[in-house]
Design a protein around this ligand. Sequence first.
Ligand code: ATP
Ligand code: MG
Length: 268
Amino acid sequence: MNLPSLTFTRYPPHHLVSPLYSKLPKATARGKSVDSVAIEARNLNFSFTAKQTKDVTVLRDCSIRIPSGQFWMLLGPNGCGKSTLLKILAGLLIPTSGTVYVNGPKSFVFQNPDHQVVMPTVDSDVAFGLGKVNLADDEVRSRVSQALHAVGLSDYMKRSVQTLSGGQKQRVAIAGALAEACKVLLLDELTTFLDETDQVGVIKAVRNCLDTSEEVTALWVTHRLEELEYADGAIYMEDGKVVMHGDATRIRSFIEDRQSAYINQINS
Ligand SMILES: Nc1ncnc2c1ncn2[C@@H]1O[C@H](COP(=O)(O)OP(=O)(O)OP(=O)(O)O)[C@@H](O)[C@H]1O
Ligand SMILES: [Mg+2]
């Protein structure tokens, strides 16, 4: 699903940025400081307003910063607010307060592979989003071919999408975003319904897209700790708050310690 671009947007307009944001560490990639930022959220708060019951507060003072060209992961227990944060970054939900910047164009890819594909064949599906821009046929063919190459599906160009596995459908959706020159991919638990082979295929496809283009940045929501080995950085949330932000290995150890402490507690 491709979305219009956002510039820095402050909610509500008079909201002041609190000093907490300045405590985020400066982003680094392979030891070097990174100045260009693809995704920033400052002091985001979000509540669902309900008519019959009390409002549900979902995000509390969340601040994140993701450098351009990097693959970051967002983790946390069920219901901690990951999808809500991703939807705010995508512009699908409006926060109660805070500031959002996401480089554009951006694309949101959903969990269910069958919700991603709309056209009968792989190449027509990847080209689908290009219909709204006026491009020469050669340019369309070239973009489709490059995008399918990036996700490892060059040999599937003429295949019926109905014959693809769930992971291959996810990769076709990602190729569609790349063909439209998306700069930011927002990916919500793509591997949940996939078997191990498909799971690895999708995550490697995203990693390859970022390794072959410095312009693409991805934020990937997951529960699978083993996927962190592909990440340049990670964010861990609990109860609507950002608890950790930065090094993926450190965050993996933190979550593993949390899980062992929980298992020990229920076994004692
Ligand atoms: N439309 C809604 N109205 C009220 N509350 C909602 C709504 N959508 C989500 N919530 C609540 O917001 C909280 C965060 O939900 P969210 O889907 O962002 O969590 P999540 O971290 O993505 O969880 P999961 O890992 O299960 O996908 C949950 O308590 C959820 O029940
Ligand atoms: Mg979710």
